[in-house]
Design a binder for this molecule. Structure first.
Ligand code: FES
Length: 264
């Protein structure tokens, strides 16, 4: 199918389909991106009609290999997707989920956005900062080693009804206090993996990065656990109890208003 080119009003040719055969031979890609990673790269790219759309999962994939997105990782993605390293860097540095320095076994994110902050998030972050002796996006311990922790303060984690919240490798620990967060970090440093309040069992930052790339080596285990909290469902339960329902959608939605004419 062709779509009109907004600049010329002419048709735009569909992008050519392409199979990636690995980086060009002259490309000095780090050997850490082994055969398995290259195979997974091909599978991820094949999911998208345009290869460049695979950039976000590929960045998670290289992060799962190295524990961060290194310059080699940037080059690997650029080669795989026929992008420039500048284009890949622009994306990797825009999203906070891509870490540019090596991460610990666990990433601990403390929500310090308004609601969590006033309910104790700021105090939790201050305690953990002091306890670990690190600041935002810094790692206590040898990155990647058991019990090493990268700390970060995060913007709203979309769990305000359970504030203040802490995430470990993006899994939720709800309704935290300074003391429970302190104890959680103690457990992580001892090499334990406490079960999150919701969601799957705790793994580590690299494994979660692989899952974010769309690769699930143990899907059943990955999706176990409650996915929602009682507090979050309270509104829906109230509506059900009272027989409330949303108005039905019209069969044909109203047309969008015409854009204003351009002034010459
Ligand atoms: S403010 Fe912390 S989850 Fe929304």
């Amino acid at each position: 199918m062709t779509t009109p080119n907004p600049e010329t009003n002419g048709p735009v040719a569909a992008p050519e389909e392409r199979v990636w055969d690995g980086p060009p031979p002259q490309s000095p890609v780090s050997p850490v991106f082994d055969e398995l990673t290259r195979q997974r790269t091909k599978e991820i790219i094949a999911l998208y009609p345009q290869s460049r759309s695979a950039l976000l999962p590929l960045l998670h994939l290289v992060q799962s290999v190295e524990g961060h997105v290194s310059q080699d990782g940037i080059r690997y993605c650029a080669d795989a997707l026929e992008l420039t390293t500048a284009e890949v860097s622009a994306v990797a540095t825009f999203y906070t989920m891509y870490k540019r320095t090596p991460c610990g076994e666990h990433l601990v994110s403390v929500c310090t956005n308004t609601l969590c902050a006033v309910l104790g998030g700021d105090d939790i972050y201050t305690r953990l900062k002091t306890k670990l002796g690190v600041g935002h996006e810094e790692t206590a311990g040898e990155p990647g080693s058991t019990g090493s922790i990268t700390l970060e303060h995060a913007e709203c984690l979309a769990a305000c009804d359970l504030a203040p919240v802490v995430q470990v490798n993006y899994e939720f620990f709800d309704n935290q206090t300074v003391d429970t967060a302190d104890a959680l970090v103690d457990a992580l440093q001892r090499g334990e993996k406490p079960h999150p309040t919701r969601g799957a069992a705790l793994t580590d930052f690299r494994t979660v990065s692989l899952e974010l790339a769309g690769v699930f080596t143990d899907l059943e285990h990955t999706v176990e656990g409650a996915s929602s909290a009682v507090e979050t469902m309270r509104g829906a339960r109230l509506a059900t109890d009272r027989g409330w329902s949303a108005p039905s959608m019209p069969d044909s939605p109203p047309a969008f208003p015409s854009p204003p004419e351009k002034k010459s």
